[in-house]
Design a protein around this ligand. Sequence first.
Ligand code: FE2
Length: 387
Amino acid sequence: MLRQGVYQQIAPVLFGSKTVGQAGQKAKEAGMGNILLVCDEGIRQTKLDAKLGRILMDSGIGVTAWYGAQTDCPDETVEEAVRIIDGNEIDGIIGLGGGSVLDTAKVIAAAAANGLDILGEVVEYLSGTKRYQHRPLPLILIPTTAGTGSESTFVAVVTSSRLDAKVGLPCSADCAIVDPELTMSVPPFVTAFTGMDALSHANEALAEKKNTPHSDLLAFETIRLVKTYLPAAVTDGSDKEARENLAFASSLAGIAFNESGVHIGHACAHALGHLYHVPHGICCAVLTPAVIELQAYAYPEKMKRLGTIMGAEILSDSPVEIGIKAADAVRTFSKSIGIPSLKEQGLTEEQIMKALPVVQNDPLAYAYDGQITEEVIRTVLQRAYQG
Ligand SMILES: [Fe+2]
């Protein structure tokens, strides 16, 4: 019997090569006349900000560019951006960049309309005990990497100095523009770990409590596309077919994990990212095999299918065997595209285990559709470290 569930796509996605050319029209449709363009210094170097700025200004949209977005969205960066908005009569936000930039744009849109106090009440907003008093500013998100899926999700990850943790704040785009040509200049290593982030979203969406046949469909197609096209994009960044399919995969995975969700892998990744500033995609890549081994107990058939897509030959129906073989296939794939282990990142097992209490306190970990105990978290962290 197919599971009950809600099928949803939170923001319309305009997808395809050269669609960024329609950004001015989309901004007008969203009611924007004078926007804050949220970027980081990396985007300034690619000159994509200048290209987008021209497109917007040609449509009569006023543009103030801000390059202060930082990895994992520290809340003081949001404060800085909101001060600029207050002084410039800004009526819309456009985020252009990777996952952290898009998340920063989301949080700015919510904080500009509702005040900076929301940054200290992130947990209340995520749990639904508090709701925004005002609608966030209109928001368009334009990813320049293929992996985050942030343009399609209802939540942004923010590093709260008030809570000393990476936490999720509910906020979503009004519209996304996914133009694969914007990802062409991403260097090989970043291409590799952002692609593995998309794979981890798909994998965890298969076994989160809200998973549906619809989210499964999107997740399995994401896994197939990442397996097929990520090595080619890492080898040759100008491979248009590979870039297009990875941008599509990232977008599909975003919809899948917005509808279903991510769970213990991302809870561990957020903890390790916060403690040691390991890039999010690398954390997800090294955690995914350990998560697969766990998920094989709750969903052996799905993990068998995932393992087969990733190139494993799995004849057994034993969850342990399925988990080991499917995890091995992902581990081999990950190494083949140059993802380093946590050891190679210079971390010790003792350091990794310091994430355990952080993960234990993260509600995200318990979104897994199976039992999560201290022992389970310990095993996932240890297996991720062993590689
Ligand atoms: Fe992620």
